[in-house]
Design a protein around this ligand. Structure first.
Ligand code: PXP
Length: 241
């Protein structure tokens, strides 16, 4: 069963809405760890819409589990990431106009830019992952970049309804098996919530699930302990209660 990594970006989104010092995403990350998160993920965006540079330093000092730095290939962000010495990195496409990451990387088109960044981050001791759609050609290209992991984009599965949802789950399963056979380790994430996570948690070879928005949103009502604890239980194949 996969381990739960909690994405804390939207705690920072709330703080930035007023440019106050609270709610503090670092304090929330520590509470998430206490509640059962085994990793903390954040995305330092070029436009700094949520996580700020000071948060990166504070997270590195405070997080006791595994810190996962989500990032684009922008040279400024790559330089910050390389200095951050996170335990893991996930490279994603980034578009300024998007509300959230919209699709996986085009690894085939970007491979010349990706390979040196993958090598640089790995030399610093981090695990490197590429965020990709469950597409067999993209996975084959990912193997060639030298990345250790892929994170399979679960967004289409999360949005699909009825038979289309069953098809998207099958695509994720096929992609997970192909990635594993190609020597890649597999994480998944995006758009997962309390209703749709269980079938994904049962897919083969998945090591970590990265989940953010649904947990932060639920914690507004129930508190971080219940929101993270319930999701961690669902990832382990348990019931919500
Ligand atoms: N994985 C990646 C690569 C992402 O970009 C995001 C969104 O920041 C997530 C997982 C988490 O998605 P959500 O907030 O929808 O759970």
């Amino acid at each position: 069963m996969p381990r739960l990594h909690v994405n804390i970006d939207h705690v920072a989104t709330l703080r930035q809405a007023r440019k106050e010092a609270f709610p503090d995403p670092v304090a929330w990350a520590l509470a998430a760890e206490k509640a059962g998160a085994v990793g903390i993920t954040f995305h330092l965006r070029k436009d700094r819409r949520h996580i700020q540079d000071a948060d990166v330093k504070a997270l590195k000092q405070a997080v006791a589990t595994k810190l996962n730095f989500e990032m684009s290939l922008d040279p400024e962000i790559v330089a910050i990431a390389a200095r951050a010495r996170a335990e893991a990195y996930c490279i994603v496409p980034e578009n300024r106009a998007e509300v959230t990451t919209e699709g996986g990387l085009d690894v085939r088109r970007e491979s010349r830019r990706l390979s040196p960044v993958v090598a640089r981050l790995a030399r610093g001791g981090g695990e490197v992952s590429l965020f990709v759609d469950p597409d067999l050609e993209q996975l084959a290209a990912a193997v060639d970049t030298g990345a250790e992991f892929v994170e399979l984009h679960t967004g289409r599965y999360a949005r699909a309804k009825g038979r289309a949802k069953v098809r998207e789950l099958a695509r994720l399963e096929q992609a997970s098996i192909a990635a594993h056979e190609g020597g890649l380790r597999v994480n998944m994430g995006h758009g997962l919530d309390y209703e749709n996570v269980a079938p994904v948690a049962r897919l083969p070879h998945v090591e970590e699930l990265n989940i953010g928005f649904a947990i932060v949103a639920r914690s507004v009502f129930t508190g971080v302990h219940e929101a993270v604890g319930t999701m961690a239980r669902l990832c382990r194949g348990g019931k919500a209660r």
